[in-house]
Design a protein. Structure first.
Length: 493
């Protein structure tokens, strides 16, 4: 009922696709050389008539014969061995062509459905007659013989099943797939896979966890095909059993086990998941970005806790944020992460969260009282803000289609920077009324799940309730204050 996450590939079918598209490519190239098609993108079509133009056919064959004689003469002058076999008559090179993806070449010549969706040509002035290119039966027979000789070396290395299937398809027939008998092992895999999906749909997480644990331990099972189900199950099972690992540990294990250096080829791995789920040298795997997002969200302060958080929790969040920044600093140096705009965006948000955590020190009682320590903390905040702006620009330059609320993020960074100067301003303004700690709880905390709503009214409301240059009591940084009472301070958490 559900797709089985197997990591098997059919060698015969992949080899069959290579031979077929190679045969089509050879026909197209030879047809273009004969001059029957001006563009060279169409396939030859024999005339539907018994009468053939002998004059035209003799002219084309004479031109091709002169071209073959000219090439044999050039090869003999250069000292290359000339053969009198049929290969030399049909202009077959002795050197092997470089391996290329003929299927990709074939599909690149056709318009994709997504590119022509709802595109209607209504201008009658741009109408053009249908371009019908015909070849004679003699030329079509020559093309078939030439293409058959070109793919003979590939068919010689193929199996008997591939050769028979190719001959049947070339003659216009259809090959019926062979029905394989399902083994007991495959029957158990199918049943476990169905039970896993049904348990997830019915939200029976304990039963789904048992099915998932058994399924991933079976041979020939690709865990990358069902990692999404595993993450959801571990999310729901979090806290129920301390021996069960977390989703972050599972995603980190996937990122470390499966290499990013694999070269994905759809013609060979056509039965595997697409590249955006597996990852390759040019595409980032989705379980890697999911792991980075989960760590980033874990470092953000909880919105229900308000602007004030404890010192221990702040230090724990700083350690997680520093670990993520170090991990990303290594990832952006190698492909495919260095060209992925989402990775650079997460990198910028890490510095944004770090700037938020460090700037909160200037709102609470454990801000450093020494001037040098205060300057160091202030410089760290400014440095993280600068890195966040730089990496946002890098993310925008990697892909023009990747969009994010840049104005909202820059505004939030300016709010973090304004926290550095509230203490100094409050020491000079003695007539300002004192604020209660609850006043800071009304401020809007950064939510990384929905990156910063760009509504201007939300920002105006934040500025009205935040009062950036007022504090509860005077804080001294080695200077005498206008207020006489210096013994009281902000209550520590």
């Amino acid at each position: 009922m559900f797709e089985v996450p197997l990591a098997k590939t059919d060698k015969n079918s992949s080899c069959m696709r290579k031979v077929k598209y190679h045969y089509v490519d050879v026909l197209r190239r030879k047809h273009a050389e004969m001059g029957s098609a001006a563009c060279g993108n169409g396939l030859p079509t024999p005339e539907c008539s018994a009468a053939e133009d002998e004059d035209n056919g003799s002219t084309v064959s004479g031109d091709s014969a002169r071209a073959r004689r000219r090439k044999r003469r050039i090869r003999s002058v250069l000292g290359l061995a000339c053969s009198d076999s049929d290969y030399s008559d049909y202009d077959v090179d002795e050197d092997e062509e470089e391996d290329q993806n003929y299927e990709r070449v074939y599909h690149s010549m056709h318009e994709k459905p997504q590119e022509t969706f709802e595109v209607w040509a209504t201008d009658k002035r741009k109408l053009q007659p249908i371009n019908k290119n015909f070849v004679t039966f003699a030329e079509c027979h020559d093309l078939e013989r030439y293409a058959q000789r070109r793919i003979e070396p590939h068919l010689a290395r193929a199996s008997k099943t591939v050769r028979c299937s190719f001959d049947a398809i070339k003659s216009g027939q259809e090959v019926i797939p062979v029905r394989n008998n399902t083994s007991h092992h495959m029957a158990h895999v199918h049943r476990l896979n169905d039970l896993l999906h049904v348990a997830v749909l019915e939200r029976q997480w304990k039963f789904a966890y048992r099915c998932f644990c058994v399924l991933i331990r079976l041979p020939d099972i690709d865990i990358r095909s069902i990692w999404g189900l595993g993450v959801r199950i571990l999310h729901e099972m979090a806290g129920s059993d301390p021996q069960i690992g977390t989703s972050q540990q599972f995603l980190e294990w996937l990122s470390s086990v499966y290499s990013r250096k694999s070269n994905y080829n759809q013609t060979i791995n056509h039965k595997l998941d697409p590249v955006f789920r597996l990852g390759s040298r040019t595409h980032t795997a989705k379980f890697v970005t999911t792991w980075l997002w989960e760590i980033l969200l874990d470092t953000c302060p909880n919105e229900t806790e308000g602007a004030f958080i404890g010192a221990q929790e702040m230090k724990a969040n700083e350690r997680k944020s520093n670990y993520l920044i170090e991990k990303l600093s290594e990832m952006v140096l190698v492909p495919p992460y260095m060209d992925d705009p989402e990775i650079w965006f997460i990198y910028a948000l890490c510095h944004l969260v770090q700037a938020d955590l460090l700037s909160r020190q200037f709102l609470q009682d454990y801000v450093p009282t020494n001037t040098s320590h205060r300057n160091i903390a202030s410089n760290q905040v400014v440095q993280h803000i600068t890195h966040a702006k730089n990496y946002l620009s890098v993310s925008a330059s990697k892909d023009k289609n990747f969009t994010f609320p840049e104005k909202a993020i820059l505004h939030q960074l300016s709010v973090f920077e304004s926290r550095l100067y509230r203490s100094d301003h409050s020491s000079t303004s003695t007539n300002s009324p004192a604020l209660k700690p609850d006043a800071f709880l009304e401020s809007k905390v950064l939510d990384t799940l929905d990156p910063l709503d760009a509504d201007a009214s939300a920002f105006e409301e934040e500025q009205l309730h935040y009062r950036p240059f007022e504090t509860m009591e005077t804080i001294h940084f080695g200077q005498t204050s206008d207020s006489g009472d210096t013994s009281d301070g902000i209550e520590s958490f």
